[in-house]
Structure formats: structure tokens, C-alpha cells
Unconditional design. Structure first.
Length: 396
């Protein structure tokens, strides 16, 4: 027998769980479908999610006004989500952004400060001496300059945020279905959804929020134009005793020159194995994953040793007093649309919408992105006119 709903959200990740929470505030008959996190990533043959982690940077400053609004609106609701769910997921440890000292022309630090001014975000500008005094565990090269954002910035626990969003959605009547969707098809005025587990569901409208796996052509009428890149993150274990020093590490974004992308770094946090790890990311090159089987294989691989070696070398320069001998790595992905904004749009099938494309910046902003996805599927369009983009989707 086919279970019937008004709305089905496919994907129990950061965007999908948020969309289900908002939809179930406005209506009944909502289902959220997606598998649980696999116990063994290397042996798992199914789909994955990039929120299988304990720390992601959050900050309000962004040179792009669209991303800035997405972030600021989301961060403003962190407290509400935590209070209503009883799940803490946000640590206001501050965010430090460091780059080469401004020298009169266009610069990374200059762009960050201009964005902070536009957003009226309170920051401190730090010199070489300030950086050394305030953050002695870091070793930045001479002629560096920092922007310190102490409030409404730090890091979130993506696993716990997703758990909080799903819990609130379930309390509001959302059916949580721990299955993997195999296909989505519009059939007349309804949408048919089948799962790998052999079950069938029907809805008036469906929102596909499957992250990089949204390129699966069985989920949409046509393949989404979404470039999915492999990413490797490195972890360094920190002893409990060393937390007296390293427990003061903030979230960090560091560009050592204007040309390269640099790295991001998360403070030491406790992971499910009970150990404390400091995480760094920033691949020196791009590895495109052209198909869904490639994405699955990438997650199972656990990452690239060459990227881990690069990140270890960066850490040796950045934090020379940290013991780097107990290191590990993990695989994740980032997904980019042609517009560099999330794709939040109805497809050519009038009852199927798409919510995908984090563009490497969506974790902190996922609540607002999910809200826009809920608006889309509930009203048939995004009714909020505060954004300068229409969050269009392109297809191949």
C-alpha cells in the first residue's frame, strides 16, 4: 500500500531537515525521507551526507549580500531552535579571519572589513603584534592582518543541528522515514516516490534536498547542473591536558596570499569516539565527481592522502607547538551551482522542487535556506522578496 502525504522532503540533511520543520509549522501531511548515518562509512554502499561531522564555522560577515543575509537570518534563530528542541549545537567561540596586510589596493582583508561595515558587524582589526598576543598558538607570517568577529560567530555541530531540526519537525507532525529514495516521478497531479527498501509513497508536492546526490537523474525530470567536488579534511588529536591552551582556539579562516584560497580551521571539539580533534580543511586543487556512483565511492575512500599531507604542512607552519603525529582524515563534498547560490526552484515537473547547492557556505545558513525551500514548495514560489537573486536552477 502506498502511503500518502501532502508534502515529501527528500534528504535528511541540514537543508532538508530545516525545510521539513518549516513546512510542518504551516501544514500537516509532511514526510521527511532519508537514511540514518551509516555505522561504517568504508563499507556503506548507499548515499552519504556531508553533515556527518561535529564542527562547522559560522560567522555573519560575507562580502556577498545574499550569503550575508542567509547567514544572519539563520544565526539569529540558533537560540530559538536550541531552546525549543533542547539540543545545543552552537558555540560562540568567535571567528578570526587573517590575510596579508592591506597595501593600498584591493585585498582580501579589505573586502572582509568592507563587508563588516555594510552589515554593521562589530569587529576588531588586529596587527601582527595583536595576533601574536591574542592568539599565541597561531604563527602567522609577518605583514599579516586579522579581522576578529567575537559575537554571533564560532562553530556549530551539524549533526546536532540536523537532529534538532528533525526533532522539531517530528513534534509538529512530520513523518520521519529512514529510507533511501530510489526514484521520484510526477504522475498526473501526484508525485510517486519509491525507495531502495521497496516502499512507495505519494505526495501532492516533493522537494528534493539531497545535497550532491541531487545529480541522480532518477530524482529530477532532468539532471541538475551541479558540480560536486571531492573535499578532504584533516584531524589532529588534542590531549585533554593541552586544552588549557588549545581550548582557546577560535574558528579561523586564513589566506596567506591574495591568490590562493587558503584554509579554514575549527577549534578542538569532542567527537563520537570520545577524543578531541582539531579540524582543518582547504583542498589545494579540485577533484570533480561527475556521477552519483563517483560520490559514493569518494565517501567510502576516506579522502586523499595528498591533501592530508598538504594540510599537515600548513598546520606545521600555522600551529608549530601542536603535536601533529596523531592525524587522520575524512572525505566530504561541496556542491556548486552555476550562480554560486543555492538552487531553490520548481522543476519542469510542476509538483517537484529542488533545494540544493551549498556552494561551500551553506552549513551556517542552512536554516534560512531550508525556510526558503519550504516557501517554494508550499506556495509554488519563494514569496520572500528580500533577496536580489531568484535562486534559479539550471539543468543539463
Amino acid at each position: 500500500m502506498t502511503a500518502r502525504f501532502k508534502y515529501i522532503v527528500i534528504g535528511r540533511g541540514m537543508m532538508g531537515a530545516a525545510a521539513a520543520r518549516y513546512l510542518s509549522k504551516w501544514t500537516n501531511g509532511v514526510a521527511l525521507i532519508g537514511p540514518d548515518e551509516p555505522a561504517d562509512h568504508q563499507r556503506h554502499e548507499g548515499v552519504f551526507a556531508s553533515h556527518y561531522d561535529e564542527a562547522r564555522i559560522t560567522r555573519t560577515i560575507d562580502p556577498d549580500p545574499v550569503w550575508a543575509r542567509l547567514a544572519n537570518r539563520s544565526i539569529a534563530r540558533y537560540g530559538e531552535i536550541a531552546a525549543e528542541s533542547g539540543i545545543d549545537f552552537y558555540s560562540e567561540s568567535g571567528c578570526l579571519i587573517v590575510g596579508p596586510k592591506r597595501a593600498g589596493g584591493p585585498s582580501y582583508v579589505g573586502n572582509v572589513l568592507a563587508a563588516a561595515d555594510r552589515l554593521e558587524v562589530a569587529t576588531e582589526t588586529l596587527t601582527d603584534a595583536d595576533l601574536a598576543n591574542r592568539f599565541p598558538f597561531f604563527c602567522f607570517p609577518g605583514e599579516s592582518e586579522g579581522v576578529w568577529e567575537p559575537r554571533n560567530a564560532g562553530h556549530i555541530n551539524p549533526r546536532r543541528l540536523v537532529k534538532a531540526q528533525a526533532l522539531l519537525a517530528e513534534r509538529q507532525g512530520t513523518a520521519i522515514i529512514a529510507e533511501t529514495v530510489f526514484s521520484v516521478r510526477q504522475e498526473g497531479d501526484a508525485v510517486a516516490v519509491t525507495t531502495v527498501e521497496g516502499n512507495s509513497y505519494s505526495a501532492e508536492k516533493v522537494l528534493v534536498a539531497a545535497g550532491g546526490f541531487s545529480i541522480n537523474e532518477n530524482l529530477l525530470p532532468r539532471r541538475l547542473d551541479l558540480k560536486v567536488y571531492a573535499r578532504t579534511v584533516a584531524f589532529f588529536e588534542v590531549d585533554e591536558a593541552a586544552m588549557d591552551i588549545f581550548g582557546k582556539v577560535p574558528s579561523l579562516i586564513w589566506k596567506w596570499n591574495q591568490a590562493e584560497d587558503g584554509i579554514y580551521l575549527l577549534p578542538p571539539v569532542r567527537y563520537p569516539d570520545g577524543r578531541i580533534y582539531l579540524k582543518i580543511g582547504g583542498d589545494p586543487d579540485d577533484l570533480l565527481l561527475p556521477s552519483e556512483p563517483d560520490i559514493r565511492a569518494w565517501f567510502r575512500s576516506g579522502g586523499r592522502e595528498s591533501t592530508q599531507a598538504h594540510l599537515t604542512e600548513v598546520m606545521a607552519r600555522l600551529m608549530p607547538s601542536l603535536d601533529l603525529s596523531r592525524d587522520s582524515m575524512a572525505a566530504c563534498v561541496t556542491s556548486f551551482t552555476p550562480t554560486d547560490y543555492p538552487a531553490i526552484a520548481m522543476t519542469e515537473a510542476s509538483s517537484i522542487g529542488i533545494l540544493s547547492g551549498g556552494c561551500g557556505a551553506a552549513a551556517k545558513s542552512s536554516d534560512e535556506i531550508g525556510r526558503l525551500g519550504a516557501e517554494l514548495i508550499f506556495h509554488g514560489r519563494i514569496v520572500d522578496d528580500a533577496y536580489s537573486t531568484d535562486f534559479s536552477a539550471d539543468y543539463l
